[in-house]
Write a new protein. Structure first.
Length: 277
């Protein structure tokens, strides 16, 4: 797989959207992505993780304007597993990535570290990018949170490593105490956790080209405050409004010194000093 864009922005619709609303969202985001300078220039890339039933429609509607993934996958590729969807099936449809180990899967469905290891390996085995969700369950000192998150990354990749599987990974840092909260974690906290996560991923040659993004009540206005320590955002409910996606793409233009913004922005940006992202 080719390298990710400089900034990666994505969202999961969880079970909030109907099928028709999912397709309407995809149509709106496709229109934004086709005309926005951040995506047209390849500086930003988008992804969406809809419900299973909407994956084929999202792939057709987006038509390459954004990557499409799934919210979960089975640990096995084929067999008598009623109700499961395998990585092989997702790859056959044309999915690029798949979410693994979200805190809600752990809390609601009892997924433990062993299941996360098996699902991460299943994703890589089928040529999918695992979107591995990590994060501390309660607020820690940020240095301690970083150590815990690195432990979770290494554990999630353990089975893949033992099997000789390789490929890029998207690490979604979502402190569990910030998921669904009114505000994300503080920018300094995020930066102190994510900077060492990025450095750690660069030490894993089997997963060259990986990205670290922040999730947990992430929305407009956050990227400009943490861009030196992350590769993008895993957007929450704020991204349910396509206008918010465009607003964050406008932030990418400011960060990278692109001297124009989308139609929903404030006009030409002059003198924007491209920040290191």
């Amino acid at each position: 797989m080719t390298a990710f864009p400089r900034v990666l922005l994505g969202t999961s619709t969880k079970m909030y959207f109907s099928h028709e609303r999912t397709l309407a969202w995809c149509r709106a985001v496709t229109e934004i992505a086709r005309r926005h300078p951040a995506t047209r220039r390849g500086s930003a890339g988008l992804f969406v993780v809809p419900g299973y039933l909407s994956v084929p429609g999202a792939l057709e509607t987006l038509d390459g304007a954004a990557m499409v993934g799934a919210q979960d996958l089975a640990t096995e590729d084929f067999g008598p597993f009623t109700g499961e969807v395998s990585g092989a099936q997702l790859a056959e449809l044309g999915c690029t990535l798949v979410e693994v180990g979200h805190a809600e899967r752990r809390r609601l469905f009892g997924e433990d570290d062993a299941v996360v290891r098996a699902k991460t390996a299943a994703a890589l085995r089928n040529g999918l990018v695992p979107l591995v969700c990590i994060g501390e369950s309660h607020r820690l000192k940020p240095e301690d949170a970083a150590r815990e998150c690195i432990r979770q990354i290494d554990d999630a990749l353990a089975t893949a490593g033992a099997s000789g599987l390789s490929g890029p990974v998207i690490v979604a840092y979502e402190p569990q105490w910030a998921i669904g909260a009114p505000q994300p974690a503080e920018p300094d906290y995020i930066r102190t956790v994510c900077a060492p996560l990025r450095e750690h991923m660069r030490t894993l040659p089997a997963h060259e080209g990986s990205a670290v993004i922040y999730g947990g009540s992430a929305g407009p206005g956050l990227l400009t405050r943490i861009a030196d320590s992350v590769d993008g955002l895993f957007l929450g409910r704020f991204a349910h409004d396509p206008a918010a996606v465009e607003a964050i793409l406008d932030e990418v233009c400011v960060l990278l010194g692109i001297a124009e913004v989308g139609a929903g922005g404030t006009g030409t940006i002059s003198g924007a000093g491209g920040a290191h992202v």
